[in-house]
Design a protein around this ligand. Structure first.
Ligand code: ADP
Ligand code: MG
Length: 292
């Protein structure tokens, strides 16, 4: 009967590093029409590194990294870790930040030695009336290289740009190609800007890139995909992916991600490799063939 087959299926899953918390999910998986992926930490390693530093006028690299690192020390974002790491590598002693504030989907601000420092995307600069227009071409070319470019200002003066790249996981491209071959549509949902998101999407062969989504906008994007495709699975690793994992017909967490995502999910890929999804779908089809 069903329970035995499910147990067998789950046992094989565990061997392959797929943990199934919800038996219904494994039944649904074989019928999924589209899979949405979070970008950072799911398709990419979630370990961005600084690749480019652009200095405005007479600004010194030490100065830029001092202000940026001092603010980002207070942030939990992977982008922040990349900047702090680079400052450490250059032996810069970071200062203290006052009035630290994280702006949803835009960046961070704070006061260092009486100076208001802002780090983030174009929107955050526009909100704070910082002029970056002379650097638009440089931003575009960094983004076309699949990098995330952050603008840094002190007062209303632009100090520079720090760009990071987050390496794509070794098996992401292969896993996405296999899914598309199986007739399953793939989508990537990210807060990152359109140009960077599209460059990464193109590298890994994702068919639908959904950029500039605020953390609380992921659920609405899953609902839209369900309207278009029917049964949808979502794969994510972050705290802010949890509601979308619940909304999806099957929620799949990356085992190396946050506990909150794992608790919200039906299935966990213990090793964090996307190819686990293919194994899980095949397991789903094989298990339910046995039952019938
Ligand atoms: P994601 O999880 O896809 O990176 P977020 O919503 O967290 O999306 O961030 C969206 C954008 O906001 C980032 O691409 C970046 O431009 C900016 N941003 C967010 N947090 C920070 C930060 N700590 N420092 C600089 N920029 C940030
Ligand atoms: Mg993530």
């Amino acid at each position: 009967g069903t329970p035995t087959a499910l147990m067998v299926g789950s046992g094989i899953g565990a061997e392959k590093g797929i943990l199934i918390r919800n038996g219904e999910a494994i039944q649904t998986l074989k019928d999924v029409k589209a899979i949405a992926f979070d970008k950072t930490g799911t398709i990419t390693k979630g370990k961005p590194e600084v690749t480019d530093i652009v200095l405005v006028g007479e600004v010194k690299q030490q100065e830029l990294l001092y202000y940026a690192g001092t603010i980002e020390k207070a942030s939990e974002h992977p982008l922040a870790f990349a900047i702090v790491e680079r400052a450490k590598t250059e032996n810069i002693d970071l200062g203290d930040v006052k009035d630290f504030n994280a702006e949803f989907g835009k960046g961070v601000t704070g006061v260092v030695e009486g100076n208001k420092i802002i780090i983030g995307n174009r929107k955050l600069m526009e909100d704070n009336l910082v002029d970056y227009m002379g650097y638009e071409d440089q931003l575009i070319s960094l983004e076309e290289e699949a990098k995330t470019a952050m603008l840094i200002s002190k007062g209303k003066q632009l100090l520079g740009i720090i760009a990071v790249a987050d390496p794509i996981k070794e098996d992401s491209t292969n896993a996405i190609a296999q899914l598309e071959k199986m007739g399953i549509k793939t989508a990537m949902i990210t807060g990152d800007n359109k140009r960077t998101a599209e460059a990464i999407g193109k590298k890994v062969g994702i068919s639908h890139v959904i950029p500039e989504v605020l953390p609380d906008g992921k659920v609405a994007e899953i609902v839209k995909l369900q309207g278009t495709f029917g049964l949808v699975a979502m794969v994510g690793d972050g705290i802010n992916d949890a509601p979308a994992l619940k909304q999806a017909n099957v929620g799949i967490a990356i085992g190396t991600g946050t506990d909150i995502a794992i608790e919200a999910a039906d299935v966990t890929l213990v090793r964090g490799e996307l190819r686990g999804i293919i194994s899980a779908i095949k397991l789903s089809a094989a298990t339910f063939r046995k039952i019938k």
